[in-house]
Ligand binder design. Structure first.
Ligand SMILES: NC(=O)c1ccc[n+]([C@@H]2O[C@H](COP(=O)([O-])OP(=O)(O)OC[C@H]3O[C@@H](n4cnc5c(N)ncnc54)[C@H](O)[C@@H]3O)[C@@H](O)[C@H]2O)c1
Ligand SMILES: [Zn+2]
Ligand SMILES: [Zn+2]
Length: 374
């Protein structure tokens, strides 16, 4: 079948909306009518080339934060039927590898293929004029329809709006889990969240959920600082230095229990400031990515790390398990204990994708989403 999708032909490049050929579902695959695709910063990193993808991935249909309705089921897809609502996890999980077996599905060996967006056998499900096209995270949420592996599919209760459920593919578990799991926030903790966009806002709600008594949001954009207060931040400031001072003020000079860095472009200096802001044996969680070219050195003192026993902790998908945590987050939403509606600032058509990303860069959205027409 033909489907309209936002495709990136080169890195760096711009998203181009094209009609691409989509294969029907094979063994272990579902055809999904995509309802919405969240505009995560990571897709912008792919477009700018800051997140290089393997050559066999290009061209690639974008979007890894999506949800939709099952239109067709391939062979060997037990439990799935036409009409089921589905969240497409940006990390697919095999259920069998060492990581899946250890409750670390986010580190599943399938991750080796996530950036190229190809099947296990290297083939692709999309093509344009005979040229194979990869699917971002194997999901391609910026496509009206997508054929996906069942390993990417998580069941969604039919009473959760799919536009909102899409955010539990990436942004919500990534931010929420960064606080709840990677930082292991405990009741009474003092937590700094640096960068409160689509990911960081969920780190704020995760920290509040876990019982932090002080949650300090740092963002240069005033509107996001105001929004952060409605997601559970007790303080919101424009500069990291102010946050560090506030955290020290609450801890007799010791520093924050955790600092969670969710900025769009993480710099080595921001990591150093995060490490400086935490207490002895505190945790600085890195969620946001930086320029590939900056992957060199973080200016932190080895002596401080050792003598103060501080921890720098990377966090992928909030160290969460898609098959456990996506349903749990959807249930928290159903119970009114997790905000999703308030995360969506602007809805775009697929044709307006580049405008949506421009708005993300200028800071006017917490999360923009593409709502597909069919
Ligand atoms: N680790 C993971 O699993 C994972 C998953 C998804 C996204 N990400 C990454 O997380 C980062 C954030 O993604 P997003 O979608 O929330 O992006 P976003 O653009 O919505 O949010 C980034 C926020 O950082 C703020 N910011 C910019 N400079 C800042 C500074 N100097 N100090 C404080 N705040 C600053 C911006 O105003 C914005 O609110 C990106 O790098 C993205 O690629 C990581
Ligand atoms: Zn994402
Ligand atoms: Zn696995």
């Amino acid at each position: 079948m033909l489907t309209k999708a936002a495709v990136l032909f080169d890195q760096p490049g711009k998203w181009e909306v094209a009609e691409v050929e989509l294969e029907p579902p094979q063994q272990d695959e579902l055809l999904v009518r995509m309802v919405a695709g969240g505009m995560c910063h990571s897709d912008d990193h792919i477009a700018t080339g800051d997140l290089p993808i393997p050559a066999q991935g290009l061209p690639i249909a974008g979007g890894h934060e999506g949800a939709g309705v099952v239109e067709e089921v391939g062979p060997n897809t037990p439990g799935w039927k036409v009409g089921d609502h589905v969240v497409l996890s940006f990390l697919s999980t095999c259920g069998l590898c060492r990581w899946c077996a250890s409750g670390m599905q986010n580190l599943c060996d399938n991750g080796a293929r996530v950036l190229a967006g190809v099947r296990a056998d290297g083939t692709r499900r999309m093509s344009l004029d005979g040229r194979p096209i990869g699917q971002a995270a194997g999901v391609s949420a910026f496509s009206q329809y997508a054929t996906v592996s069942v390993q990417s599919a998580v069941r969604c209760p039919s009473d959760v709006p799919l536009e909102l459920a899409a955010l539990t593919s990436c942004g919500v578990p990534t931010g929420w889990g960064a606080a709840v799991r990677s930082a292991d926030v405990r009741p009474g903790d003092v937590v700094i969240v640096v960068g409160v966009g689509g990911i960081g806002m969920n780190a704020v709600q995760g920290a509040a959920h876990a019982g932090a008594t002080v949650v300090i949001a740092v963002d240069p954009v005033e509107y996001k600082r105001d929004a952060a207060r409605t997601f559970g931040a007790t303080h919101a400031v424009a500069e990291m230095a102010q946050a560090t001072e506030i955290a020290r003020g609450f801890t007799n000079g010791q520093g924050a229990d955790a600092c969670i860095i969710c900025v769009g472009m993480t710099t080595p200096e921001q990591v150093a400031a995060g490490v400086d802001a935490i207490r002895k044996a505190g945790t600085c969680v890195l969620v946001g990515m930086g320029k590939a070219a900056d992957d060199v050195a973080i200016p932190v003192s080895v002596r401080h790390i050792v003598l103060y026993q501080k921890r720098i902790q990377g966090s992928l998908f909030g160290a969460s398990n898609p098959s456990r945590d996506i349903p749990a987050l959807l249930e928290l939403y159903r119970q009114g204990r997790l905000k999703l509606d308030e995360l969506v600032t602007t809805r775009y058509t697929l044709d307006d994708i580049n405008k949506g990303y421009e708005d993300m860069r200028t800071g006017s959205n917490i999360r923009g989403i593409i709502v597909h027409d069919h």
